[in-house]
Every structure is written in structure tokens, then in C-alpha cells.
Design a protein around this ligand. Structure first.
Ligand code: FAD
Length: 468
């Protein structure tokens, strides 16, 4: 039996960050992880490997399609070595998860590998893969057990041809025709990887637009870019069945008119969201309640129905994002230490790492309309920037929504080159409650993509954009 101030169950970005912050605050900390490597979904089968493949496939697409217009000639054909590409991705993952081992050691955090199961409110049994059992006793526990891919009740994920994102990150061949069920972030990112590598890609989405939770303007622009790249985009389609016949996968769906349509491919990626993961946790033994969607129920302090136990990240309500999980990890550690931390959930940015990248923070136009808030819009097209023309990244725009009376920025929505990094400026501005005019009067280096933010702010201030 080993005793701790804090035990963290799950070592994803929520869990490992919570553990580090607890250790920094002087608490004796343990972390329990059922897999052999630390880092959770994000580092092993999520954010990092998907971005590694997005980068590799982007290089390939540039070499095939764009080098020539830059005056770069490659003698002979450019070829993909998928095995090598996947191996590089794995090397990036291994290096990154190894970095978490280092951070645990550096912060004197004890790591237990095995499934963590509550015995009661203060005791967790850790069952190792070798069947050994260790009891960890902790004054406080942080549940950070994350999520797993969701599916539809009639789909049998065989992990060979009917796959989730986890398998899509390690395919042995490039699909001839990849059918993606779900036009959300994960489906579109992985779809773009395989489209660039030569697959035909069909996206089948239930809602009437892709990335349906983001501002509708972003959906429209990304849809336009994807269609130009010859993705087959099928929105307003309700999938009814997914069947495998040998190496073929047949997806049947009802279209908007209620007619049955059929898509035939060799792989089907099911990316219809993720569900909270609490299997094996035995939450009831500690008096922890789950909500109707299987998430651990928490109050505003992220405290569960057991007062010494907290929960963070994908396993609780809110956006399923690594940086949201991290913020909550720090929040809970500081709460346990007696501090009064704060998270503004409105200012957690959302990003899609396709190219062009899509990024958003604050309220969408749809949300402002629904709330009856009077707002004004400033929008600036990326193609009007010198920087965009230099790199030939002409798609997209920056849109700023500001309060009509006070000029305070209420939402920033952008699509274009490096939007994932640019959104940070909008987060800072909104954190400090900047007005559109404030941002419009700040110097932005020329030539940069960020000039589109300044121009959109000028447009929102008084229709004063300079370069359109
Ligand atoms: P997780 O990262 O899921 O970690 C939970 C950990 O708990 C796992 O390691 C699991 O093995 C462990 N565990 C579970 N139960 C137990 C138990 N009983 N005992 C011991 N261990 C247990 N988010 C972004 O912000 N940006 C991105 O670019 C991005 N890309 C993504 C791409 C893909 C393909 C996927 C699938 C997800 C992506 N996400 C991205 C989402 C992101 O990965 C999650 O939001 C994030 O990992 C959640 O962190 P977490 O700490 O809550 O849980």
C-alpha cells in the first residue's frame, strides 16, 4: 500500500498536467495509467500522430502539386513510402510520450502502470498487466480517464476496413476510396491526409454542414476548399448501414429527400464523435455519479459527488480538447491546494488542422443571434494579403464579431494558412476584453498572415479595412 496526497487516474493531457501542477504545489503525487506509454489519447493516438501525418502528407502534396509553380523541379516521380511515413509518425509519438516519462521523474511523481479501480473513496486498486495488484491510498483523486471513439449502434468496427481514428493512424496501404462517416474535426483531418496521398475520399455527414459546431461561415469556406480538392461531400445524409463484403465496404444512407444512396469503398472511417471512458473505474464504489451521457458529473469546481474526488478532460462535460483538459488539470490541482483558480470556457479556442486551418474562439454568429445580442461583423479575405500571395495560400478569411454598442470583441472565426497559431492573438485580445478598435490600432508585422486580423478588426470598427 502506498499513500499520496493526490492520485491521478489517466495520463492524457488532463492527467499528466494535473499531476505536474500538484507536484509543483508540494503535494505527494501518483499517476495511474493502464497503457504502457503515458500521454493518453492525445499523444498516442490523437493530436500528435494526426498532426505528424498531416505534416508529412502536406509535404507530399506540395512536392507533387506546388513545387513546380515555385520553380522547383524534381527529376522522376515523387512517391509515397507509407510505411516510412507511419514510422516517422510513431517516432514522433515515442519521443513525445518519452518526454512525459521525463517530466514525471523530474517532478518526483510516482507512475503506476495498470487499470485503476476504485475500492472506496480513498483507495484505488491498480491491476497491472502482469496481474500484480497495488493499492494506492490518496487523500484526493483526479479522474482523467478521457474518452474512446463512438460508433453507431448498427456498425461493427472490425478495425481492418471499418475503422476508427486509431486504426486510420497506422494503415498499411493507402485506401483507394475512403468513406468517412462524420464531417467533424477528426474525420476531416484524417480525410485530408489520405486524399493528399491519393485516395478518393467521400465524407458523409448527418447535419447540413461539415464542422457543424463552428461558425457557419467557416463550414461553407472549408466545404468549398474541400470540393475544389475533389472530396465528395455528402451533407444531410443519415447513414443506415455499413457492411463489409471481402475487401469492399458498402455504406447506405438516406439523403435529404429520403432516398437511399449507396457508397462503395475499400475503407470506412467512423468518426462520429467520442464517448467518455469510465470502464473498469468502478466509480460507484467511491460514490461518484455519472450523468445521462456517461460522463462523470462535476460541479463548478470540477468536484464529483464524492467531495475528495475531482474529474477533468474528456470524461466530463465540455469540449473534448487537449488544451481544455490541461486547463482543467491545473484548475483542479490549484483548487486542491486551496487556491481560487478560474477558467473561462468561452475562451477555449477550437481548431481544425486541415489546410487551410480553421480556428475559432468566443461566440459564433448563430449563438449571438440566438442570444439576441446586437453585433457587427468585420471580415477580411486572406487573398488580399501580400503574405498569402507570396506563399500562394489564398483561401479563407478572418471574421471578427463585436458588440454593436461597446465594440467589445465577442467572437473571432478564421480559416486560412496558420489560423491554428493566429487564433492565440484573438484569445489574448478577448481575455483582456479588447474592442475591435483596440486590435485595429495595434501594429501587426508586415507581411504576415496576422495582418488579416488587424484588417478584420478595422472592418468591424467602422468598415475601415485598408486593403480591400
Ligand atoms: P485522454 O487523453 O483520453 O487520456 C486518458 C488516459 O486515461 C488514457 O491514457 C487511458 O488509457 C487512461 N485510463 C482510462 N481509464 C483508466 C483507468 N481506469 N486506469 C488507468 N488509466 C486509465 N485535441 C486537441 O486539442 N487538438 C487536437 O489536435 C486533437 N486532435 C485529435 C486527433 C484525434 C485523432 C483524436 C482521437 C483526438 C484529438 N484531440 C485533439 C482530442 C484530444 O486527444 C483529447 O481531448 C484529449 O486527449 C483529452 O485528454 P484527457 O486527459 O481528458 O484524456
Amino acid at each position: 500500500m502506498k499513500s499520496y496526497d493526490v492520485a491521478v487516474i489517466g495520463s492524457g493531457p488532463g492527467g499528466y498536467v494535473a499531476a505536474i501542477r500538484c507536484a509543483q504545489l508540494g503535494m505527494k503525487t501518483a499517476i495511474i495509467e493502464k497503457y504502457a506509454t503515458l500521454g493518453g489519447t492525445c499523444l498516442n493516438v490523437g493530436c500528435i500522430p494526426s498532426k505528424a501525418l498531416l505534416d508529412s502528407s502536406h509535404h507530399y502534396e506540395d512536392a507533387v502539386k506546388h513545387f513546380e509553380e515555385h520553380g522547383i523541379e524534381i527529376p522522376g516521380d515523387v512517391k509515397v513510402n507509407l510505411e516510412k511515413m507511419i514510422a516517422r509518425k510513431q517516432a514522433v509519438v515515442d519521443q513525445t510520450t518519452g518526454g512525459i516519462d521525463f517530466l514525471m521523474k523530474k517532478n518526483n511523481i510516482d507512475v503506476f502502470h495498470g487499470l485503476g479501480t476504485f475500492k472506496d473513496k480513498t483507495t484505488i486498486t491498480v491491476k497491472g498487466n502482469d496481474s500484480t495488484e497495488t493499492e494506492v491510498v490518496a487523500k484526493h483523486t483526479i479522474i482523467a480517464t478521457g474518452s474512446k471513439p463512438s460508433t453507431l449502434p448498427f456498425i461493427d468496427i472490425d478495425k481492418e476496413r471499418i475503422i476508427t481514428s486509431t486504426e486510420a493512424l497506422k494503415l498499411k496501404e493507402i485506401p483507394k476510396h475512403l468513406i468517412i462517416i462524420g464531417g467533424g474535426v477528426i474525420g476531416l483531418e484524417l480525410g485530408q491526409v489520405y486524399k493528399r496521398l491519393g485516395a478518393e475520399v467521400t465524407v458523409v455527414e448527418y447535419m447540413d454542414r461539415i464542422i457543424p459546431t463552428m461558425d457557419a461561415g467557416l463550414s461553407k469556406e472549408l466545404n468549398k476548399v474541400f470540393k475544389k480538392a475533389k472530396f465528395k461531400m455528402q451533407v444531410s445524409h443519415k447513414v443506415k448501414s455499413v457492411e463489409r463484403k471481402g475487401d469492399e465496404v458498402i455504406v447506405k444512407a438516406d439523403n435529404k429527400k429520403g432516398e437511399e444512396v449507396e457508397f462503395k469503398g475499400d475503407y470506412c472511417l467512423v468518426s462520429v464523435g467520442r464517448s467518455p471512458y469510465t470502464d473498469g473505474l468502478n466509480a460507484e464504489a467511491a460514490g461518484i455519479r455519472l450523468d445521462d451521457r456517461g460522463r462523470v458529473e462535476v460541479n463548478a469546481h470540477l468536484q464529483t459527488s464524492a467531495e475528495n474526488i475531482y474529474a477533468i478532460g474528456d470524461v466530463v462535460k465540455g469540449a473534448m480538447l487537449a488544451h481544455k483538459a490541461e486547463e482543467e488539470g491545473v484548475f483542479v490541482a490549484e483548487t486542491i491546494a486551496g487556491q481560487k483558480p478560474h477558467i473561462d470556457y468561452n475562451l477555449i479556442p477550437g481548431v481544425v488542422y486541415t489546410w487551410p486551418e480553421v480556428a475559432s474562439v468566443g461566440k459564433t454568429e448563430e449563438q449571438l443571434k440566438e442570444a439576441g445580442i446586437d453585433y457587427k461583423t468585420g471580415q477580411f479575405p486572406m487573398r488580399a494579403l501580400g503574405r498569402s500571395r507570396a506563399s500562394m495560400d489564398l483561401d479563407g478569411f478572418v471574421k471578427i464579431l463585436a458588440d454593436k454598442t461597446t465594440d467589445e470583441i465577442l467572437g473571432v472565426h478564421m480559416i486560412g494558412a496558420r489560423a491554428a497559431d493566429m487564433i492565440a492573438e484573438a484569445v489574448v485580445a478577448m481575455e483582456y476584453r479588447a474592442s475591435a478598435e483596440d486590435v485595429s490600432r495595434m501594429s501587426h508585422a508586415h507581411p504576415t498572415f496576422t495582418e488579416a486580423i488587424k484588417e478584420a478588426a478595422l472592418a468591424a470598427t467602422d468598415d475601415r479595412a485598408l486593403h480591400v
